[in-house]
Each structure stands twice: as C-alpha cells, then as structure tokens.
Design a protein around this ligand. Structure first.
Ligand code: C5P
Length: 316
C-alpha cells in the first residue's frame, strides 16, 4: 500500500451502555469510586481522521458539539501529537449518530477512536497498553473504548477488565432528547452517599452462575434517582419506557450512565422490534441495535485500518 493511502481513515466509534453502575464513595481526586459493567453496542458515530500539515481542526454539523479545543476528540488528537512529538496536523470530521450528553459515551468513544486511528496512521505502535494512560487523562469513560465488548470498569470507571463471558443481546434505546450533565448528577448523590468498601451486585453478576434474565435482575444503576431529580421531566419517559419494554419481553431495562438514554436488553429480535413499535407508538424516539463483543469490536477496527493500509495497534 502506498504511503499516501494512509493519510485518511474512516473509523466507527461505537456507543456504550452501563448494564449496572454502583457508586461506592467520593475519592480524594473529586471523582467517584465506581463499579460498572460496560457494554459496547453497534450504534455508532463515524470519525474521519486526516493528516495535514499543522493544527487540529474539527468539523461536525451537530449543533451541540463544540468544534473548538473543548471537543474531546480534538483534545485526544492534541494529546497524541504532544506525546509523539510529531510536528503534524490532524483534521477531524465527526458524523454524529450517538445522542450527545445521553449517557452513551459518544464523546469518549470519538476520542478513543482518534487515539487508535492516529496510533495506526503515525505508526507509533502504542497499542492498547500505550494508549491507556493517554485515554485515562482525557476522561473516565475513554479507556473502555480502547477495548469494547463487555467489560468491568473499576476505580473512576477507567480500570477496564474485559469479561470472558461476552453478552450477546438485542438492545433497544430510547432517546429522550434531553441532555443531562453528568457532574450535576454526581453532585446530587453526594448528599446521601454512604461510603462502602465494595459492591455486592456487580461482583455477584460477573462471578455467579446466574444466567439470562435472572442475572440481570440483580443489577442496578445507582445514578438513576439523582438523574431523575436533576431532570424531573425524564421520570415519565423512564417509567413508560420501562413498562413498555417489560411488556415486550425485555430481560432488563435501565438508564445508561447518568442518562438521559434508557435501554432494554432482549434475547429475541422480534420482541425488540415489538418494543420499538410500542415505544414509537407512545411518541418516543426509539431504535434497535445489538451488543458488540470484544472480538467483533476488534475485527471492525482491523477492517477499517486495513482498508486504509494501516495496521491495528494490537497486532503489532
Ligand atoms: O471523566 P469525565 O470528564 O468523563 O467525567 C465527567 C464528570 O463526571 C466528572 O467531571 C465528574 O463530575 C463525574 N464523574 C465522577 N466520578 C467518576 C466519573 C465521572 O464524579 N468516576
């Protein structure tokens, strides 16, 4: 492959949902000690990464995405340029499909995609291990997107342990169309937070012999109450979504992260489709997607990188 063919990459940036989220306490660094189960889903943004002579630019037509230095994808490009010491520029184009500030990790995923794409384009050979500390400094959700699949997130949510058992499921997402500010939700829980040494349900989930819907029933999202206090108009969307998803056969239904997106897991495509139709019939924005295993996540990346003549970091 000619070198010039490596100057532009188009890569998918998948969304995540949190299958469970427990808040154990406030840390000295101001963040919260979490136990969460991340799951990648195939709802995705497209990130186009082009090398240029100098500077970092972002082009994105979404009205709520800043195109300046506040953009997390731009900060990821700056961080990698600084780290590598290369005197180059990067032009980013973000095609947004993941709702913004929706608890689905869109901005963090775009940032991780930029790190992995630039690692390949610049042939830095950092791989997941080398990119991990850079990802961590960008945000607590960014490291997960270096892995994808089903993974346990500890610490700030940035210590990632991929699970041997990868969850395969249909997913229905309801998008309330109302962003929720994560810091405000965390601040609200602080008043009633009783620090705990450890969590019970996430560990039971990953280590138990429970299966199917019985396993999911023990999971909770401890940010839900605070998110609904922060955005009271979400309460009725959440209540109606949960009811309609359960009636349609959902194995599990929950708010993702600090919201506002709400999701349901289904083991049958037809019950997921039924849920989407019922939710849309009730006036909600809902769509279907599927979980992405760690293998599929890697293979999609490998395909995107090889198409552009670049080599994936993890195969180096
Ligand atoms: O790391 P990131 O900037 O994505 O986190 C957004 C905000 O969420 C933080 O500024 C913080 O208020 C809150 N947060 C937290 N504890 C975590 C993760 C996020 O308090 N473990």
């Amino acid at each position: 492959m000619k070198r010039s063919a490596r100057r532009r990459l188009v890569v998918p940036a998948y969304a995540k949902i949190n299958l469970g989220l427990e808040v154990l306490g406030l840390r000295e660094d101001g963040y919260h000690e979490l136990r969460t189960l991340f799951q990648a889903v195939d709802l995705h943004d497209d990130v186009i990464v082009e090398l240029c002579a100098s500077g970092v630019t972002v082009d994105c037509s979404h009205p709520e995405v800043p195109c300046d230095a506040r953009n997390l994808a731009a900060r990821a490009a700056q961080a990698l340029l600084r780290y590598s010491g290369l005197r180059r520029g990067v032009a980013l184009t973000l095609v947004k499909r993941i709702p913004v500030a929706g608890g689905l990790g869109g901005g963090s995923s775009d940032a991780a995609a930029v790190l992995m794409a630039l690692d390949a384009l610049f042939e830095l050979k950092l791989g997941t291990t080398g990119l991990y500390p850079i990802a961590r400094r960008l945000g607590a959700d960014v490291p997960f997107f270096l892995f994808g699949g089903t993974a346990l997130g500890l610490g700030r949510g940035d210590e990632i342990y991929p699970l041997r058992h990868q969850i395969e499921s249909q997913v229905v997402i309801v998008e309330p169309g109302r962003p929720v500010a994560t810091p405000a939700v965390f601040r609200r829980i602080d008043a009633g937070l009783t620090p705990r040494e450890n969590s019970s349900t996430i560990y039971r989930f990953v280590s138990s012999d429970l299966d199917g819907s019985a396993a999911f029933q023990i999971l909770t999202n401890e940010l839900e109450e605070a998110a609904l206090e922060e955005a009271p108009e979400l309460a009725s969307v959440v209540r109606r979504s949960r009811t309609l998803m359960r009636r349609s056969g959902a194995l599990f239904a929950s708010l993702s992260g600090s919201g506002s997106s709400f999701f349901g897991l289904f083991d049958q495509a037809n019950s997921a489709q039924r849920a989407v139709e019922r939710l849309r019939g009730a006036g909600m924005t809902a769509y279907r997607c599927r979980t992405v295993s760690i293998d599929r996540y890697r293979k999609t990346w490998e395909r995107a990188l090889r198409l552009a003549g670049a080599r994936p970091a993890w195969s180096q």
